[in-house]
Design a protein around this ligand. Structure first.
Ligand code: U5P
Length: 211
């Protein structure tokens, strides 16, 4: 299965709810990050949860273990079903997120390599592979890997085996769903869906790549 994950980076509450409701029948999960939560409040998660799709909190949690625990407890109490953490703070920080996810019956994903051009500065020279080792060590559910570089996703698949790969960078950042869908478990798509005149139709265009 390759899921379609709507990245709902909209900063108006009612527009976010309207787009989410329209796209929900065409999507498998909704990812929410700082843009929407800072604009509309964490309570937006409860409203979105009513659509019945898994909700992923893209807060790229990256602090000491105790702070990560406190952040993730808030995330899951708000109604999210998964959280995204950074791996560079180290295994104990990631484990805090994994433990909080488990306590809530949720999931934790770790950023292994980012999708934008500048990511190459630090997500290089074996670092993504070391981050995948932290995923294995902590029992996290999977990684975030760049749809803009399918060859890197292929290499990281070797590292994570059957753990899930969720992949942003499709559409607005230039990633091609035809090149990435078969390599990953989830395609994360933001602007090319929520920025379209008809977001539901834009989401439907990804249907051939949902398996
Ligand atoms: N995201 C990336 N690349 C990463 C990690 C996360 O694009 O390496 C997030 C962005 O913050 C955004 C979404 O929320 O995925 C992609 O949106 P878009 O480029 O499809 O609009």
């Amino acid at each position: 299965m390759t899921d379609l994950i709507l990245s709902l980076d909209v900063t108006d509450r009612s527009e976010a709810l309207r787009i989410a409701a329209a796209v929900a029948p065409e999507a498998d999960a909704i990812k929410v990050g700082y843009p929407l939560v800072l604009a509309a409040g964490l309570g937006i998660a409860h409203d979105l949860a009513e659509l019945g799709l898994p909700l992923i909190a893209d807060f790229k949690v990256a602090d000491i273990p105790n702070t990560n625990t406190l952040i993730c407890e808030q995330v899951f109490a708000a109604g999210f079903s998964a959280v995204i953490a950074q791996g560079f703070p180290g295994p104990d920080s990631v484990l805090a997120c994994v433990d909080a996810a488990r306590a809530a019956g949720g999931e934790c994903y770790v950023v292994a390599e980012m999708s934008h051009p500048g990511a190459r500065t630090f997500f290089s020279e074996g670092v993504p592979e070391r981050l995948c080792a932290i995923v294995a060590e902590t029992g996290a559910d999977g990684i975030i890997a760049p749809a803009t570089r399918p060859e890197r996703v292929r290499a990281l698949r070797e590292q994570v085996g059957t753990k899930k790969i969720l992949s942003p960078g499709i559409g607005a950042q230039g990633g091609d769903p035809a090149a990435i869908a078969a390599l990953v478990d989830g395609m994360i798509v933001g602007r090319s869906i929520y920025g379209a005149e008809d977001p539901a139709a834009a989401a439907r265009a990804y249907a051939p790549y949902r398996r």
